[in-house]
Design a binder for this molecule. Structure first.
Ligand SMILES: Cc1ncc(COP(=O)(O)O)c(C=O)c1O
Length: 422
């Protein structure tokens, strides 16, 4: 209570409101909701439908759209190659890398820009050196963005992929991964947040296990970056691939990956840009992770990504966004867990904003289609080996009312009011 009293005195002093604590709390809540509405104004797509699909693509902020248009217009009117453009783009790209580094607790020289999450995963998998029979441990919950490059590597280099069966990811994840490891295990490759159940993996513990056994850890950060706090130096993983277009609200065709500084020598670049080539015949890759950057980047997209990341960090505030995403995600989980005929896959004790569920008697595709008819956009997961589900990405830009409306719509479907194809 003492702390509450101190907080109220602080609020009174800051706000100039001299009322009782209930009035003050109402005022604070109303002010917070006004601020959310202002932020939502900057994301027009969240008003077009109930926007519950950052897991596929997040909404583009107005500043990103403006930068995209300005960049494309300048290229159209003045030409794409004007004096100094390479130098300016190079400096801008490093600013974008620095934003990624800041957001995920890394240093800028540990960040390579990419065109997608999958590209970052491929850079690491194809850059490590392999012997036939080397083993990689992954899980039953992964996305094809990780499983496809693993399959390619198996064919090309003779690696063996072992699947730790994590169920929905709510149990003894570290134990299951440890059980799938053998003396031939060289890599653990998994998502930080599972796209197929929303489970947040205990990454620091997995990294500790890997360190003990001298095994490399590659993380698919497609669903985690922008959804949950990430401190890569503290987590202790080796590599971490991210998209720009999902929870970070950037345009498609953008992304980045992190490679811990002391792992640079373990990952050979698979492709180099022509700018790396020396006529002398020596190969002189860039000193940091930038050496893995492949090809050129679309300039308007990079400007838009810079605007989106700066806006998220400086105007929205990431800590606030992560906390609100988690609170609203839990609100949705609690609401639909009480509905007869709804089965949740997401573990309540290990979740953030992604909530995977099934409505009995309905295919996940039908659930998504029926909700879309009701002006709410969600996604479905029906990709082997993951368990099938409908998936709502609940994010900080949603309101509590929207989340409740989505839960009511799910209840309506569970009561039999949705068309079914099976
Ligand atoms: C967990 C996960 N990994 C990888 C990807 C692929 O991402 P990208 O299109 O950026 O390669 C996705 C996209 O949905 C994903 O959810």
């Amino acid at each position: 209570m003492q702390a509450v009293g101190r907080l109220l005195n602080f609020v009174r002093a800051q706000s100039g409101i001299d009322g009782n604590w209930e009035d003050i709390l109402v005022t604070v809540r109303v002010a917070a909701e006004c601020e959310v509405e202002q932020l939502r104004d900057a994301l027009p797509a969240v008003r077009a439908t109930g926007y519950f699909n950052a897991g596929t693509n997040g909404p583009l902020p107005r500043v990103a759209q403006e930068s995209l248009v300005e960049g494309a217009t300048a290229e159209f009117e003045f030409g794409r190659i004007v004096p100094g453009v390479y130098e300016r783009n190079g400096i801008r790209n490093r600013r974008v890398a620095a934003l990624f580094a800041d957001i995920v607790g890394a240093d800028v020289d540990e960040i390579a820009l990419t065109h997608s999450t999958t590209e970052g995963i491929g850079c690491v998998l194809m850059g490590l050196s392999w012997q036939r029979g080397d083993e990689i441990v992954t899980t039953n919950l992964e996305h094809p963005g990780l499983l496809a490059p693993l399959a390619l590597l198996a064919r090309r280099a003779g690696t063996i992929t072992r699947f730790a069966d994590l169920g929905n990811g709510g149990g003894d994840v570290v134990g299951q991964i440890a059980a799938a490891m053998t003396p031939r295990t060289r890599l653990i490759a998994l998502s930080h947040v599972q796209w197929s159940t929303g489970a947040v993996m205990p990454l620091a513990d997995i990294a500790a296990l890997a360190r003990e056994r001298h095994v490399f850890v590659l993380v698919d950060g497609a669903q985690s970056s922008g959804q949950i706090p990430i401190d890569l130096h503290a987590l202790g993983v080796d590599a971490y691939a991210m998209p720009g277009q999902k929870w970070l609200c950037g345009p498609e065709g953008t992304g980045a990956f992190y490679l811990r500084r002391d792992r640079l020598a373990d990952v050979a670049p698979t492709y180099l840009r022509y700018a790396e080539w020396q006529e002398s015949g020596y190969l002189l890759p860039k000193p940091g992770a930038q050496r893995y950057e492949i090809g050129e980047f679309n300039s308007p997209a990079m400007l838009a990504l810079e605007a989106a990341l700066s806006w998220l960090r400086d105007d929205v505030g990431l800590e606030w966004a992560y906390a609100r995403t988690g609170e609203l995600g839990a609100r949705f989980w609690d609401a639909i867990s009480a509905i007869d005929g709804v089965r949740l896959l997401t573990p309540r004790h290990r979740m953030a904003g992604l909530v995977n569920f099934n409505v009995e008697g309905m295919a996940p595709q039908d659930v998504a289609a029926a909700l879309f008819e009701r002006q709410m956009t969600i996604r479905y997961v029906v990709t082997h080996p993951c368990p099938p589900s409908a998936r709502a990405s609940i994010a900080w830009w949603n309101t509590a009312e929207e989340v409740d409306r989505l839960a009511d719509a799910v209840a309506d479907l569970a009561a039999g009011n949705g068309s079914r194809t099976e």
